[in-house]
Structures are given as structure tokens and as C-alpha cells.
Design a protein around this ligand. Structure first.
Ligand SMILES: Cc1cc2nc3c(=O)[nH]c(=O)nc-3n(C[C@H](O)[C@H](O)[C@H](O)COP(=O)(O)O)c2cc1C
Length: 204
């Protein structure tokens, strides 16, 4: 069965454009893969804490030396990584917050990017260990001009960061669906959201 893992990172429980576009992507995906399972996480709900000293210690402790404390401190990471490793497609929503990804998404990233689990360092080089091959990232920008070749692209630390990070993990098929100008007037927003939704069909 195909698994779609959905990581939602908008803090908005209502009115989120990235969530609405990802909802549409999910519908398209379900149509294309009728037997699929969808696992959805809302990382802005506070369920993923900022990575702690104990968790970091656990990440770098050999299995034979792990204590009960360290196992407890790395158990959330274990389960988030397990979810990622089972997913065939990863769907991330990433609104731009102060030119970067939301802190809640970064908290999830800090739990799943883990030496020996999702990446390795071998013979002087990094190697991605993610089994997921596909990622679709829905980005929402309040302003406009952030995309490649546009006036404000140097201020976009969302797309280049996530492109690099997902490749680093070994994910080879990465697609971005962007909606810009979400703080513009209602007509502009409607046109921009519709254009992003059209891309979902192809990407699903
Ligand atoms: C804390 C915060 C920081 C933001 N920073 C930016 C920013 O740096 N650039 C920008 O264009 N929009 C910024 N915005 C606007 C959001 O990116 C925009 O409203 C987007 O649609 C939010 O995603 P959502 O609709 O999925 O909730 C910010 C919004 C918030 C709440």
C-alpha cells in the first residue's frame, strides 16, 4: 500500500493557504492511488519539542551504550524516522516565516535528520539513507518575487534549504508548488491559489 506522509507546518488552524493547497494535493493523490494511506502530522501543535541535550547525546551514543534515559530521549525521533522511512511520498507544507521555514517544521527536521538513520558519513562523504524517493513541498509566501530569477529570490531561505536538505537525505524526486502574494487582495489570492492547485494534479 502506498503511504503519503503529510507534514503540515502552518501555525494557522484555519485560513492557511499551504494547508488548502496540500488538501487539494491529497485529494489528487488519493484519486491516483485509491489504495493509499495518508498519515498527517500537524507539527505546529507543539508535539515536537526543540531538540534537547539528552536527545543529541542519544543520537551520538552507540546502541550498546544506550541507557533507559537516552532511549526515552530519542524515542520521538525513532518514531518520526520510522514514519518517514515507511512513506512512499512525503508532502510538506512550508509557509515562509521571516524568510525561513516555521520553527515547528525545523523541530521536526531536527528529529528526523539523524546520523546512521537518515544519513551516513562514509569514506569522507555524506550519503542519504531515506527510503522515501519523492517529496512534494507546498510553499506559501505572503509577498511576491521569491522564486528563481525574481527580484526577491535572495531572501528565499525556504525552497533552497528544503531542496538541499531533502537531497541530503537521499530523496531524489523533489517538487515545489508555490503560492505567492497570499497577503494581497482577495482576487489576487484566489488566482494564485488556483494556479498552485492546478500544479497538484501533475505532481500527485
Ligand atoms: C510569523 C510570520 C512570519 C512571516 N514572515 C514572512 C516573510 O518573511 N515573508 C513573506 O513573504 N511572508 C511572511 N509571512 C506571511 C506568510 O508567509 C503568509 O501569510 C503565508 O500565506 C502563511 O502560510 P499559510 O497561509 O499556510 O498559513 C509571515 C507570517 C507569519 C505568521
Amino acid at each position: 500500500m502506498t503511504l503519503l506522509l503529510r507534514i503540515n507546518s502552518s501555525s494557522r488552524q484555519t485560513g492557511s493557504h499551504s494547508t488548502a493547497i496540500a488538501d487539494h494535493f491529497e485529494d489528487c493523490f488519493r484519486n491516483k492511488h485509491p489504495d493509499c494511506r495518508v498519515l498527517s502530522r500537524h507539527v505546529a501543535d507543539g508535539s515536537i519539542p526543540i531538540i534537547s541535550q539528552k536527545t543529541i547525546e542519544g543520537f551520538y551514543t552507540p546502541d550498546a551504550a544506550m541507557t533507559a534515559d537516552l532511549r526515552e530521549a530519542t524515542s520521538l525521533s525513532d518514531s518520526l524516522i520510522e514514519e518517514l522511512q515507511q512513506a512512499d511520498t512525503l508532502l510538506i507544507t512550508a509557509p515562509i516565516y521571516n524568510f525561513s521555514v516555521p520553527a515547528a517544521l525545523k523541530a521536526w527536521i531536527d528529529q528526523v535528520v539523524r546520523m546512521g538513520h537518515t544519513f551516513a558519513y562514509e569514506d569522507g562523504a555524506f550519503k542519504g539513507l531515506a527510503r522515501t524517493r519523492r517529496a512534494v513541498v507546498v510553499c506559501a509566501y505572503g509577498a511576491e518575487g521569491y522564486l528563481d530569477g525574481e527580484a526577491f529570490s535572495a531572501a528565499n531561505f525556504v525552497q533552497p534549504y528544503l531542496q538541499f536538505l531533502l537531497s541530503f537525505l537521499g530523496i531524489t524526486d523533489i517538487r515545489f508548488i508555490s503560492v505567492q502574494g497570499t497577503t494581497a487582495d482577495a482576487d489576487t489570492v484566489a488566482v494564485n491559489v488556483e494556479a498552485a492547485k492546478k500544479e497538484c494534479q501533475l505532481a500527485a
